[in-house]
Structure formats: C-alpha cells, structure tokens
Design a protein around this ligand. Structure first.
Ligand code: OAD
Length: 260
C-alpha cells in the first residue's frame, strides 16, 4: 500500500477541503472496487461474466426472464453482504467529525457506506437490501431470502409477496426507471449548499447523478475528483487526484488531521 500523504495531489485536496464547513461526497462503483465489488462497467467475474449487466438491470429484462434477473440480484446481494468496507470507507466516515456537515450521495446499492459508519447517506439508485413486491410495493425483508432453499448461483424464481402474491423485485433503480424524487431532491440540496464536493469512483456518465458536480460548481463549491482514470468531469473539476479510493481517502484524512 503506497503512502499517499506526501503526494502533492493529496496536499492539494486537503487544502481545498480544510476550510469547508459543509461537504458533500458523490460516490460510484469505484468506491467499492477495493472491497471486492466489481464496478458496473467492468466484466463481472464468475457465473455472470457472460451477461451484460445493462441487459439485466432493466424492467424489460425482469418481465422477460424474472428468474435470471432476480438470480443476478441475489448474487450481488450475497456478494455485498460478504465483503467489508475498506479503509477508504472508514476514513470517509471518520472525516465527517471535522465538518459541520458531511453528506454522502451514492450511486452504489451495496450499503458499504452505512456499514463503515457514515450517517448521512442518500442512496440514489436504491439498495440491494431493499426488496419489494411488483404489486403494491409491499416490502420484502432481505433476511427472508436466507430461509429459502436458494441455489448457490444462477437463476432464482422471485418469491411471492405474502400480502398480495405478486413477484418480488430488487429495490434498486433499473435503467429507464425514475429515481425517487425525494432522494434526488435532497441530493441536489446537499450538493448545492456544499463548500466542497468530493467525487469518488464514478465514471460520471449516468444522469441525474452526473449532473450533481455541475450543481456544486455552479454554487461556487470546490470539486475534487478521486479516480485513477479521467472522466467527463475531470476537465471541470477543481482538482483531479488520479488515485484509488482505498488509498487516497485514508491519506486525505491523515493530512486533514494535521491541520487540527
Ligand atoms: P462505473 O463502473 O461506470 O465507473 C466506475 C468508476 O470508478 C470508473 O471511472 C473507474 O475508473 C473508477 N474506479 C475503478 N476503481 C477505482 C478505485 N479503486 N478507486 C476509485 N475509482 C475507481 O460505475 P458508476 O460510475 O458508479 O446505475 O456507474 C454509475 C451507474 O451506472 C451505476 O450506479 C449503475 C450504472 O447504470 C444503475 O444501476 C441505475
């Protein structure tokens, strides 16, 4: 693990953050890569390698083949539960104490921010822990899946809702579906009132999440992008730090702590 605290990019990021009182953090799949969760656009390992996630994460795919789609989400749900939030997640959660407010807006559905101790987390695309029925949206508690005799991997016939009998679906946003108005509205607010926005591990290509950094810049906030690769956001960002989240965030916290 390289020590990035002496890295000029780290110093610059800390410099931009240290005077902030309100911070917003926008994260994407790259934030979970070092915890062992495949990013969205990387080829997935194992059983699902031959499927394109874009073909599975849609209402049409669920209509066409509910067992295939539900099986993929059970696989992702199991994976999210099996991994641990890395040091970058923990550093981000701990960093919140030094600001009046630090809100996390995530596109991820794996729940790792909350498990690392982050308090204010907005899940723009829902959560793998939230299942609901396709009838009246009755909740289906994820732990109930543990009681079912599920295959280790592959297709899983969606269980039926106790209340209305309709098939259960994942509580995540599929391509072509609307995000929760309330959640995106609150995310907009957080970002529009932040003094600084950290953008970590997102390819910045999926809207409306990808519009949030523009809202921050518009409001005069500093935007710091942490991503080993450059993205469409990079040219607009106040600062791009080409480093992995699991190494950058602990180093950033360490340098910020020196500003005590
Ligand atoms: P992507 O897979 O599109 O992008 C992941 C980004 O993380 C890329 O820019 C990588 O370079 C970067 N990355 C990889 N490893 C990293 C690391 N260790 N540290 C930091 N960055 C790293 O995932 P998202 O941008 O999250 O939406 O994708 C956005 C949305 O596209 C997802 O939420 C999903 C998909 O459609 C829905 O499911 C609705």
């Amino acid at each position: 693990m390289t020590d990035l605290t002496l890295d000029a990019d780290c110093g610059r990021a800390a410099e931009l953050l240290k005077g902030a009182s309100r911070v917003a953090v926008l994260t994407g799949a790259g934030m979970s890569a070092e915890s062992g969760v495949p990013t969205f656009r990387d080829a997935l390992t194992g059983w699902w390698a031959r499927y394109d996630p874009m073909e599975l994460a849609t209402p049409q795919a669920y209509q066409r083949d509910p067992a295939r789609v539900f099986g993929w989400y059970v696989y992702r749900w199991r994976l999210a539960r099996a991994v641990e939030p890395h040091a970058g997640y923990r550093a981000l959660a701990a960093m919140a104490a030094r600001f009046d407010r630090l809100a996390v807006v995530t596109q991820n559905v794996d729940g790792l921010h909350q498990r690392a101790g982050s308090k204010d987390v907005l899940e723009l695309h829902g959560s793998l822990e939230d299942f609901r029925c396709t009838g009246d949206g009755h909740p289906y508690y994820a732990d109930r899946l543990l009681e079912l005799d599920l295959p280790d991997e592959g297709d899983v016939e969606p269980p039926a809702c106790d209340a209305c009998g309709s098939p259960i679906r994942p509580g995540v946003v599929w391509f072509g579906e609307q995000l929760s108005e309330m959640t995106i509205g609150r995310a907009w607010e957080e970002v529009a009132h932040a003094d600084a926005l950290l953008v970590v591990g997102t390819s910045s290509v999926v809207y409306p999440a990808a519009a949030l950094p523009g809202v921050a810049l518009e409001a005069g906030a500093k935007v710091i992008e942490i991503n080993p690769d450059q993205t469409p956001l990079t040219p607009q960002a106040t600062h791009w730090w080409g480093a992995p989240a699991g190494q950058a965030l602990p180093a950033l916290k360490q340098v910020l702590d020196q500003y005590e």
